[in-house]
Design a protein around this ligand. Structure first.
Ligand code: SF4
Ligand code: SF4
Length: 417
């Protein structure tokens, strides 16, 4: 079996599996990565833990095997490297303590320069990286134009048109935009007739990072502030914050720094910021914890739901927070085993590639359960909605604040509080 180093003088005649000649810097990096993975004993635990594995042709175990065998052409030939969502589950479970996710990220960086793979995820990462090299944020219409210029059009034309209309509506004069709603004080509540948001305690202010995507949908952005205000939380938004860097897949780092913790509405932002050393945490978990601490209920849009937490979050924690929200709202959270709740929805490539195996199985489960899907990620919501349209299934899918909010109490009860 040839090693990467063997290929400096061309492939051996008895094993002509990788025929491309690569520069020394590629061969050196491959040799270094192979050394890091040399203790891999091909147990497959990484592939079992990978939430994207059903959609991968090879999966992390086989990618490591190709690396150890020096099969650079085969490593670069498939789109598995780009369909990996960087969730880190493979690294977490590897008994040999190999940082598999980081190895794949370094292979992607090589493929970016020396490979020729054509796939939506790679094209999306390239479009995002080009944009972020010049501007602080991704802008969805420019992103779509860049994808179209490289021959990628959305499979879900309806979803793409809806996303475009949201941007237009947000930009129109009078379009709905977020305002940092200030939660009422006790004095405000005493004055205000009618119904009021949950009455216990005074409001708090949390530093908030909205990311690139949310501000392009003014109505949804405003809803996040409004729902947080119902919990007695004012979101102090860093309006000039740049992109978290995540869509560029490592090519452009986060352009945002903070001294203390910031709260986000997007798991990709959590991931991108955390990689740059920012202490980021999900806003939804904070809202549920506050409701639990202060002893007030939530209300929900339906009597049951199927959770979908995506692949980038701390999945156990995200599912636990959704279960807590369900408990506070008195609704049922329907889960399937083995879990369908964290497969990758396709991320930035989702609208271009179409339904993933993971989203297909999740939607079928939700349809059979007769329950909507609830997710803490707006991109996951849009991708799952696209997949539902493709599958012709009527399964409503909601972003967390579209489904949960703090319970209101009647005016009479409020005024006696
Ligand atoms: S879990 Fe670790 S040892 Fe097992 S196949 Fe994956 S990389 Fe190799
Ligand atoms: S980082 Fe996540 S998606 Fe990528 S191979 Fe590892 S487990 Fe799979």
């Amino acid at each position: 079996m040839p090693t990467a180093a063997d290929r400096r003088s061309g492939p051996p005649t008895d094993e002509p599996t990788s025929t491309t000649r690569y520069p020394d810097e590629v061969l050196d990096e491959i040799a270094e990565l192979a050394e890091e993975c040399s203790i891999c004993y091909q147990c497959g635990t990484c592939t079992s833990a990978c939430p994207t594995a059903r959609d991968l042709y090879r999966g992390p175990r086989r990618l490591v095997r190709l690396l150890l065998a020096g099969e650079i052409d085969a490593l670069f030939a498939g789109d598995d490297l780009w369909r990996c969502s960087e969730c880190g589950a493979c690294t977490d479970v590897c008994r040999m303590e190999i940082d598999v996710a980081s190895v794949l990220a370094r292979l992607r960086a090589l493929e970016r320069v020396y490979g020729r793979q054509r796939c939506p995820e790679r094209a999306a990462a390239e479009a995002a990286a080009r944009r972020l090299a010049r501007r602080p944020r991704i802008e969805n219409t420019a992103f779509a134009a860049a994808m179209a210029a490289h021959g990628y059009v959305p499979r879900d034309v309806v979803g793409a048109a809806e996303a475009g209309m949201k941007i237009v509506r947000t930009r129109l004069p009078g379009g709905k935009r977020a305002t940092a709603a200030v939660p009422p004080t006790r004095a405000d509540r005493a004055r205000a007739p009618g119904t009021a948001a949950r009455p216990e305690g005074e409001g708090v202010t949390l530093p908030f990072y909205a990311g690139c995507s949310l501000p392009q949908d003014g109505a949804l952005h405003a809803l996040v502030h409004e729902v947080a205000a119902g919990f007695g939380v004012r979101l102090d938004e860093a309006t000039d914050a740049g992109c978290c860097g995540h869509p560029s897949r490592g090519a452009v780092p986060a352009q945002f720094q903070a001294d203390g913790r910031v709260w986000t509405a997007c798991p990709a932002c959590d991931d991108g910021l955390t990689k740059e050393g920012v202490d980021a945490a999900p806003l939804w978990d904070a809202l549920v914890a506050r409701a639990r601490r202060e002893g007030f209920a939530l209300r929900a849009r339906a009597t049951s739901f199927v959770p979908y937490v995506g692949c980038l979050v701390d999945r156990d924690a995200a599912l636990a927070a959704l279960a807590d929200a369900a408990d506070l709202a008195g609704v049922e959270m329907r889960v399937a085993y083995p879990s369908l709740h964290n497969a990758c929805c396709g991320a930035l490539g989702g609208m271009y590639r179409g339904a993933t195996k993971g989203s297909t199985r999740l939607l079928r489960f939700a349809a059979e359960s007769g329950a909507p899907i609830v997710t803490p990620c707006s991109l996951c919501r849009d991708n799952v909605r696209s997949a539902a349209r493709q599958m012709r299934l009527h399964v409503p899918t909601y972003f967390w604040p579209e489904f949960f909010r703090a319970a209101e109490r009647p005016a009479e009860e409020t005024s006696h509080a």
